[in-house]
Structures are given as C-alpha cells and as structure tokens.
Design a protein around this ligand. Structure first.
Ligand code: KG4
Ligand code: ZN
Length: 347
C-alpha cells in the first residue's frame, strides 16, 4: 500500500509543497519570494501575503508532479513553527482546511526538527540515519544550534547562538558590503575566488578569543562581534579598496563564520563520544562549510551527514519526511492545530 504525505512549508520566505511516498520524495515545489530583495530582508507581512497568493498553485503543482490526486493523500503535514507568525499561519491553516475537507489527519511539524533530519532525505547523499545518537548542527537564517539527537527523537540542546544566527551573520555582513539579500549564497560565490587569510576577522567564544575562559565546554556561538568588526573594517577603507578586494573580504568573513562552526561541532562530537555529525539548514549549502566540515570529519574518523543543496534551504520535502519519520517512530500528535511562532525546540 502506498502512503502519500503532503508537506507544506511557509515559515519564512519560501512557499513550498512536497509529496513523500513511502518515505521517498516524489515532488518538491519551492517558490522563493523575490519581493523581499527590494527591502534587504524579509518583510513579515509581505511574506504572509505572498504565501497566500502562491499556496494554492504550489500545492497543486506538488500534487500534479507526484502524479496523484488530492484524494490519494493520506496525511497532510505542515510547519507549525518556529517562524513568522503570519507566514506559519497561512500554511498551517491551509493544511488544516485541506485535512478537514479530505478527512485526513494533520501532522504539525517543528521546522528545526525537520531541518535536522533533512540530512537523511532519500536522495540526499547518504539517507540512512545512524543507529546511534549523533551531533546535529543546524545553521539557518534564524537559528544556530548544536544538539545531541537520540533515536527516539529526543534532543539535548548543547549550544545556541547568543545573538545573530550564522545565516544572519552572512546576510548582514554581506549587506554592509553592498550585496543583495540573501547575501549568504553571494558571499559563498565570491569566496571561491578569494583568499580566506586576507583579513583575520574575529571568531568569538573560541580558544582564539580572549572573551571566553571556558571555551572547551562552551558550545554557544556569537556573531555580533564579527558584524561590528566588518563594519569597522569597511569604515577604515575607502570604497574602491573594498570593491577591488571584495572576493578576499568575502572569503575572510566566510572563514571566520565557518571555522567556528566546524571547530565547535567537532569538539562537541569528541566531548560526547559520538561518531556521527549532521549539518543542516540554509547555511549548510555553503561550499566552504561543506568542505571544511568534511575534511575535519575525515581527520577525526567521524561520519558526516549533510543534505543535498535543495534540501539545505527551506523546503517542504523535509516537512513531509519529518512527518513520515514521526509516524514511523510513533511520535505524532495528529490534529493538533496550534500555531507556534516561537515553538520551542524540546531540549
Ligand atoms: O534554512 P533557511 O532557508 O531559512 C531559515 O530557516 O532561516 O536559511 C536561510 C539562510 C539565509 O541566511 C541565507 O543567506 C543562508 O541560509 N544561505 C547561505 C547559503 N545559502 C543559503 N549562507 C551561506 N552560504 C550559502 N551558500
Ligand atoms: Zn529553515
């Protein structure tokens, strides 16, 4: 028997719907809202309106591409938070209406939990979750979190950002350099042609930083100092210097962000004696991070799980996949319709 799960994701600025059939992604439609580019960041009210404008056609496209009818859907899954409240509500209320009309259960999904398991999506490079507990690094525009993930889908959060998220650090420093939103992928592209040792930007809460005494056990992150440092650097140099050395500056910023992420993730795996690491969320698309993390894991004999690029940034395939995993592991709370913009991550 076929089990079809429709996933809906609308927590930020991607309107996405996907169908997962017996655990395999058979369609994954993602419409990225371009409207926010004019404003240099996501405007929540505009995001909600765009979701509303797009949701019907995106869901239709996902169902059509899966070559099924809406009546063939067995479960409707949607992001219930964390995210922008209006944006989450559009997707969750739509899912609620659809579930009610089709008389099918609704499975609410935590966006961060879905990111964590996106590293194991069927056509990601390696899709079998490890048998043992593992360390997960989630790095997106809104979150930077290190946690231990257990087989029973219980989690222990061991570190978070105390200010900006890693994606925010990319976006905000990129904006200072005159790059469009989201600047993360643009810094990534520039950095490929640049020298990461061109300038030493600060790496906070690490052995190199003087502000942290107990850096060995400190798995928290901080990126606000980097932001200030980049701002001061730009102020100290004239426009043509910045323009002429843009690739080197981008590479140096990327180096500062990714070095801390790799260092702390590896340190966490060693401290807790775990031999697998997963990295997920929009920033896991970063080519510098992927390479650095892979090299560090290889050196330590650690297995690395990382999603294919399409599953790194927000997508509904990860929502449907997470619902599937929750069902498999008996962890569903079907027909719970609460919208939770600040949904806490159980840790
Ligand atoms: O997971 P995501 O799509 O949305 C949130 O849940 O926040 O992550 C978006 C973030 C943005 O900050 C974006 O700049 C960053 O991921 N990002 C990247 C790359 N691709 C996306 N950052 C660095 N390098 C990339 N290649
Ligand atoms: Zn996300």
């Amino acid at each position: 028997m076929r089990m079809n799960i429709l996933g809906i994701e609308t927590s930020c600025d991607e309107t996405s719907a996907a169908v997962v059939q017996n655990g395999r992604v058979i369609s994954n439609i993602i419409s990225s809202q371009l409207i926010h580019r004019h404003y240099g960041g996501v405007v929540p009210e505009l995001a909600s309106r765009e979701h509303e404008r797009l949701i019907v056609s995106v869901v239709d496209a996902a169902v059509n591409e899966a070559n099924i009818q809406k009546n063939d859907l067995d479960i409707i899954a949607a992001t219930a938070g964390p995210g922008l409240i209006g944006a989450v509500m559009v997707g969750l209320c739509f899912a609620q209406g659809m579930a009610y009309a089709l008389k099918k259960p609704l499975v609410p999904v935590n966006h961060i939990e879905a990111h964590i398991f996106s590293a194991f999506i069927e056509d990601a490079p390696d899709h079998t979750p490890p048998d043992d507990s593992f360390i997960s690094l989630t790095v997106s525009g809104g979150h930077t979190m290190l946690c231990i993930v257990n087989q029973d889908l219980s989690y222990k959060v061991i570190g978070r950002t105390i200010d900006d998220a890693a994606g925010e650090a990319f976006d905000k420093t990129g904006k200072m350099l005159g790059l469009d939103y989201p600047a993360g992928p643009l810094i990534d592209r520039l950095a490929r042609k640049g020298d990461p040792a061109f300038h030493n930007f600060p790496q906070a809460l690490t052995a190199q930083s003087r502000t942290s005494k107990s850096y060995h056990d400190n798995f928290d992150f901080s990126f606000s100092g980097l932001k200030t440092s980049v701002l001061n650097y730009i102020r100290k140099h004239d426009e043509s210097f910045i323009k002429n050395n843009l690739a080197d500056i981008a590479a140096s910023i990327q180096e500062a962000i990714t070095s801390v992420l790799v260092m702390k993730t590896i340190a966490a795996a060693k401290k807790y004696g775990l031999s697998s690491i997963s990295v997920a969320g929009g920033v896991s698309a970063n080519s510098g991070l992927r390479q650095k993390m892979q090299e560090a894991c290889d050196r330590q004999g650690i297995r690395l799980f990382i999603p294919g690029i399409v599953y790194s940034t927000d997508n509904a395939a990860m929502i449907a996949t997470m619902a599937n995993l929750k069902l498999e592991r008996g962890k569903t709370e079907p027909n719970n319709y609460d919208v939770a913009p600040f949904a806490s991550f159980r840790g």
